[in-house]
Structure formats: C-alpha cells, structure tokens
Design a protein around this ligand. Structure first.
Ligand SMILES: *Cc1c(COP(=O)(O)O)cnc(C)c1O
Length: 244
C-alpha cells in the first residue's frame, strides 16, 4: 500500500503542477488537504511520512479513533464535515480549522468554548454552490451578511470560503459551482468585506482539482485520488451518513 500511496501522491502533485502551469499560478500557493474519511490511520501515516502536512476528516469520531495512532506526527488537522452541536466541544480537541462553518448557532457555540479555552480557531464558510438540498452551506447571497455577524465573535478567524460543488461524471457540469465560489469571493473583496490576499478558497477534489485551480482554489481536498475508492456507497457529507 505504501508504494501505491506514494505513487498516487506523486500523480496528484503532478496534476497540481500542470494545472498551475496552464493557469499561470504558482504551485507553491496551492495547499493539498488529504480527505481521510474511512481511511485507516496506517495509510494516513504513510502519506504524512511521504511529506503531506494537512488532513481533514468529516466526522469528529474519526479524529478520535485515529488520534493515538497518529499522535507522534506533526500534521495540521481541519474539520470538513457537517458539524453537530453535540460535537463542538470535541472537535476543538483535534483541529485548528473548521472549513465547514455554515450556521450562526454553531459559530456562537464555538466562540463560547474558545473563549473558555482562551484560544482562537480558523474557519472557512461553507457555501452551497450547487443548489442541491443534500449539500450543506449558505447560499452565495447569504455569505456577506453571515460574515458581518461572525465579525463580532472574536475567537473565529475567517479565512475564506469552502464548497463541495456539484459532482457529475460530466466535468464541465462541475465548473459553474467553482466559478460561483470564485465570484462570491470577488464580490466580498469588491465590497470591502474581505481583503484579497488573506481570503482563501477551499474547493476542488479528486475529480475536479484542475478546474478548481483554474478558478482560483487555494486549498484542494483530495481523498480518492490518493487512497483509492472508499467502501461507502453513499457520499458521507449527506446528513444521514454524517450522523453515523
Ligand atoms: C471526501 C471529501 C473530499 C475528497 O473527495 P474525493 O473525491 O475523494 O477526492 C473533499 N471534500 C470533502 C468535504 C469530502 O467529504
């Protein structure tokens, strides 16, 4: 498995480099987050030992289960799943960033906990760019108002926007979601709500990372292309799965 993971990582980094070349971007500006849901700790370790430094889980339980096995490794951890109220306290044990902030009630609860702990947390705001009910996230038009409300919560450092986007076998159908996230950022910058350099986009997965880079992604989140197909049949960000 180690050879396969190293080979796959190599392939993904080549894809990133090529996409950057084609869109005039610097590959040093793109961060690769490994989406490690359902992936055993031993395989995650192989990827980290091969040089990766950022992982993301969709369930707090998976961070907990894999924690001891990875405790000696230095790696940044982000939460990328649907955060439940009863997991707010636990998620803070594991992550430095929640990429999937999508409602004020959770933001308030995070802030309360963080105040108690005397620390801050990076957050991305999850945007629903595919208009599918099964996906979480704010509508693009709601984002500016949400950011204004978040600014009163001192412990949350708003780092950018995150989206999953439309997944389709026809790649060109996936592009509008990515374009929409880019435009949402542009609008926030144009209206002075955010400043350009510090406000990032997390978008692009195994299937669409090239398009995401062309549309301005700063963080791409890749699972399958590194670790192979997951056993679960249904995508895990749907509510029923995320709860299990
Ligand atoms: C699983 C997952 C990914 C990675 O998807 P792949 O198609 O396996 O690369 C990215 N983002 C989120 C939120 C995910 O849940």
């Amino acid at each position: 498995m180690k050879e396969i993971i190293i080979h796959n990582l190599h392939t993904v980094h080549k894809r990133i480099a090529l996409a950057c070349e084609q869109s005039g971007r610097n590959s040093a500006d793109i961060r690769l987050l490994l989406a490690t849901k359902t992936v055993p700790a031993a395989y995650i370790r192989m990827a980290i030992e091969a040089g990766e430094n950022l992982i993301g889980e969709n369930k707090v339980q998976e961070f907990r289960d894999k924690h001891d096995a990875l405790a000696d490794l230095s790696v940044e951890r982000h939460f990328i799943g649907h955060l439940q109220h009863n997991k707010v306290k636990d998620v803070l044990k594991y992550v430095s960033c929640v990429q999937s902030l999508d409602r004020l009630s959770i933001a308030g609860e995070l802030d309360r906990r963080l105040q108690q702990e005397g620390r801050s947390l990076d957050v991305f705001i999850q945007v629903n760019t595919s208009y599918e009910d099964s996906k979480f996230g704010l509508q693009p038009a709601e984002v500016a108002g949400f950011i204004r409300q978040l600014k009163s919560l001192d412990t949350l450092q708003i780092k950018g926007l995150m989206t999953i986007g439309l997944l389709d076998v026809d790649k060109e159908k996936m592009r509008p979601s990515l374009t929409l996230l880019r435009q949402t950022r542009e609008q926030l910058i144009a209206t002075g709500i955010e400043n350009s350099d510090q406000f990032k986009l997390s978008m692009g997965m195994s299937q669409d990372l090239e398009m995401a880079i062309a549309e301005g992604a700063d963080i791409i989140r890749v699972g399958t292309a590194v670790f192979g197909n997951r056993v679960v049949g249904k995508e895990i960000w749907n509510e029923s799965e995320a709860e299990k």
